[in-house]
Design a protein around this ligand. Structure first.
Ligand code: PLP
Length: 376
């Protein structure tokens, strides 16, 4: 099997097996229990927090709240941290569904939600943002690296602008596709909240973390775990695995390696007719969006599946729907949105795999295009 859907999820790093085993089978105590074995577990959790703060280049006095997934972390911010003093919430057309689909819930809570357009490069359109960023905006959420195209939003500039208009604005960024892949410095970015997820960086599924400058208003309420920030018995093995995986980050080396894979892929398709690459050279090299005119992207995905190659039509959560808000906002015509697929690279991929991918994908497109046209 050749796997090019690493933005959807990644394989568990074998080095984590030991820590996962340890905290499920040996040191399995509830971190909230009063005996010393449990106290040690809560200390270990604190070490994991510090490792994550360190990987985010955050001050050690900042807060990491563990959640069951990035979706929960994003919901915690979008639905839980709203300030009634300000009526407006801004998100972009490029947000992951875990942000975008909260819109109606936020509206039902009595707030106004506005969406900021993307420019042709897939990043937040600054002119549109300037118009919509008014002093009554209380919360802004902009994705750091797009899960659709790999476009990298200039979060620092966007955050600075938001705070220059309303110094009390809460600024959140979904960093799921950025963390561990590009350099992230939350202190420099200036954000109030930042979301990361373990299973996108070879950690286990079911564990994510929300960075915050201040204690959060709890979204999950119960026994008051995690200093009242998020109730529920902690997923200790997941937390410890996330705290461990960040120690293995080798961002520059991996970035260079994956960039070569992306380059090979782009070079192959650049000159091909009826094919449009929707990701430019400033984007994260881990994700490439490509559109094949006149065919259905989902059919291509299944044709490649028959060759034992996994690719995607976009983020896994939205793969059932033909519409793609991010690509439409970038100005892509429906024909290219329908024929869109997403390739997401990893350091475990090889150049040979990319060669096979290119050949099989192009053959699949060629055959499908001819078949479709003959039928019409
Ligand atoms: N945010 C982004 C940018 C993502 O790519 C994803 C997963 O596809 C999520 C959030 C949701 O992550 P999780 O599966 O941890 O809920």
């Amino acid at each position: 099997m050749i796997y090019f859907d690493n933005a959807s999820t990644t394989k568990l790093d074998n080095r984590l097996n030991e820590v996962i085993y340890k905290y499920n089978n040996l040191d399995y105590f509830n971190p909230s229990a009063p005996y010393i074995k449990s106290v040690y577990i809560s200390q270990d959790i604190q070490t994991a927090r510090n490792n994550i703060l360190n990987a985010l280049n955050a001050d050690s006095n900042k807060i990491i709240t563990f959640t069951s997934c990035a979706t929960e972390a994003n919901n915690t911010v979008l639905l839980g941290q709203l300030n009634k003093r300000y009526k407006k919430v801004l998100i972009s057309d490029g947000e992951h569904k875990s942000v975008y689909n909260t819109i109606n819930f936020i509206k039902n809570m009595g707030f106004i939600v506005e969406t900021v357009k993307l420019n042709a490069n897939g990043i937040v359109d600054f002119e549109d943002f300037k118009i919509k960023m008014t002093p009554d905006v209380g919360l802004v959420s902009f994705i750091h690296v797009s899960n659709e195209t790999g476009a990298i939003n200039p979060i620092k500039e966007l955050c600075n602008h938001a705070k220059s208009i309303n110094p009390n604005v809460i600024f959140h960024s979904d960093g799921v596709q950025a963390f561990g892949k590009i350099k992230v410095n939350v202190t420099d970015l200036g954000v109030d909240f930042y979301t990361v997820s373990a299973h996108k960086i070879h950690g286990p599924k079911g564990i994510a973390a929300l960075y915050s400058k201040q204690p959060i208003k709890p979204f999950i309420i119960g026994g008051g775990q995690q200093n009242d920030n998020r109730s529920g018995t902690e997923n200790v093995s997941g937390i410890m695995a996330l705290g461990e995986i960040v120690k293995y980050f080798d961002i520059d080396k991996n970035y260079d390696y994956v960039s070569k894979l992306k380059e090979k892929f782009i070079t192959f398709f650049n000159e091909k007719e009826n094919v449009k690459i929707n990701s430019n050279s400033n984007n994260s090299p881990y994700i490439v969006s490509i559109s094949f005119s006149g065919v259905n992207g989902e059919t291509l995905v299944h044709m490649l599946e028959e060759k034992d190659i996994c690719i995607s039509t976009g983020s896994a959560c939205s793969s059932k729907k033909a519409n793609n808000i991010a690509l439409a906002s970038m100005g892509l015509p429906t024909l290219l949105i329908k024929g869109n697929i997403r390739i997401s690279f990893d350091t475990s991929n090889t150049e040979e795999e990319v060669e096979i991918l290119c050949t099989e994908l192009y053959n699949a497109y060629f055959n499908l295009y001819n078949k479709t046209n003959r039928r019409q």
